[in-house]
Design a protein around this ligand. Structure first.
Ligand SMILES: Nc1nc2c(ncn2[C@@H]2O[C@H](COP(=O)(O)OP(=O)(O)O)[C@@H](O)[C@H]2O)c(=O)[nH]1
Ligand SMILES: [Mg+2]
Length: 306
């Protein structure tokens, strides 16, 4: 636990945009340190930075597109923060270094801050830490935050709740429409990107996606791009800008949506932590009662309430 004075200094350093302080703050929220809530309370109201969630199946080119977007937005003079949520290996327990290496071209640029966070398979923890890291970056004065998530599973869908705009990244030959609809990706995207347009099958993928949306109330833009050649990046940025412009003009809608997501993730993280503590101390006793036929799993679970 950080003493109160040190914590205040850390908070004001973060708000001044100090990179070392920001990195330290993110570590505190990632480790769910006892001082993290006090630090977060000193960050002020979030909503300065525009947060873009980038999701989609592994290998579709999300990190490569993030790299292109960093480049495009740096040209416009925006300060860009990046959070890359890596699938953590149960063997190494650590994050893959691929994303960091892929984006390493921006390493010397003070207007870019890149942070990888390991997804530790604990969904409540991951989305809480991610949404809190976004708050710290927002307070540190970044204009744009790019949040890359692993694109599989529930934690991913939760994470997009704090984003102002969500890009779903796909590529040709993904088993066409099946993967997309199955993974719940059809519901979350504001913009759909068929990346790797330099390889065969991109047009077919676009047609398939458009037909998936036909007959639904939604008709998000479906774009073709290639992070490799740079084709279509300008159109992708335009699509993001169309969502960002009412945000910049002060429209409260997206800010409210994101803050709502942050409240939910913080509460969910706290509830899961409490549950973990409670279950350790009480579940064994309840298990004995269930095994002895004295109660049911449902009743035992209800008694485990946080
Ligand atoms: N041909 C082609 N390959 C790409 C493109 N974008 C990314 N890749 C490659 O696809 C692989 C996965 O890219 P990555 O950005 O790590 O995907 P992620 O897992 O979605 O973050 C890498 O080998 C990239 O070099 C593209 O537009 N065209
Ligand atoms: Mg990646």
């Amino acid at each position: 636990m950080e003493p109160a004075l040190q914590l205040r200094e850390l908070a004001s350093s973060i708000r001044r945009g100090d990179r070392v302080a920001l990195a330290k703050g993110i570590t505190l929220v990632e480790n769910d340190s006892a001082s993290a809530p006090k630090l977060l309370e000193q960050m002020g109201t979030p909503g300065r930075a525009f947060v873009v969630g980038i999701t989609g199946p592994p290998g579709t080119g999300k990190s490569s597109l993030v790299d292109r977007l960093i480049e495009a937005y740096r040209k416009k003079g925006l300060r860009v923060g990046v959070i890359a949520v890596d699938p953590s290996s149960p063997l190494t327990g650590g994050a893959l270094l691929g994303d960091r290496i892929r984006m390493a071209g921006h390493a010397g640029d003070k207007g870019v801050f890149i942070r990888s966070m390991a997804s530790r398979g604990w969904s409540g923890g991951l989305s809480r830490a991610t949404s809190q890291a976004i708050r710290l970056m927002d307070a540190a004065g970044f204009d744009l935050i790019l949040l890359e998530t692993v694109g599989i599973g529930q934690s991913d869908i939760e994470v997009v709740g704090v984003s102002h705009a969500v890009l779903v990244v796909l590529m040709p030959g993904l088993g066409d429409d099946i993967q997309v609809s199955k993974a719940g990706l059809m519901e979350v995207g504001d913009v759909y990107v068929v990346n790797k347009a330099d390889i065969e099958g991109a047009d077919l993928m676009v047609v398939n996606l458009l037909s998936l949306f036909r007959g639904t109330p939604r008709s998000p833009p479906v774009l073709k791009a290639s992070a490799l050649s740079g084709e279509g990046i300008d159109k992708l940025q335009d699509a993001v800008e169309r969502i960002r412009s009412p945000f910049l003009a002060g429209s409260p809608e997206l800010r409210l949506k994101s803050i709502r997501g942050m409240i939910i993730e913080t509460a969910r993280g706290a509830a899961m932590k409490k549950l973990a503590v409670v279950s350790e101390s009480r579940a064994e006793k309840l298990a004995n009662q269930v095994m002895g036929g004295k109660t049911t799993i449902e009743r035992a679970a209800a008694r485990l309430k946080v």
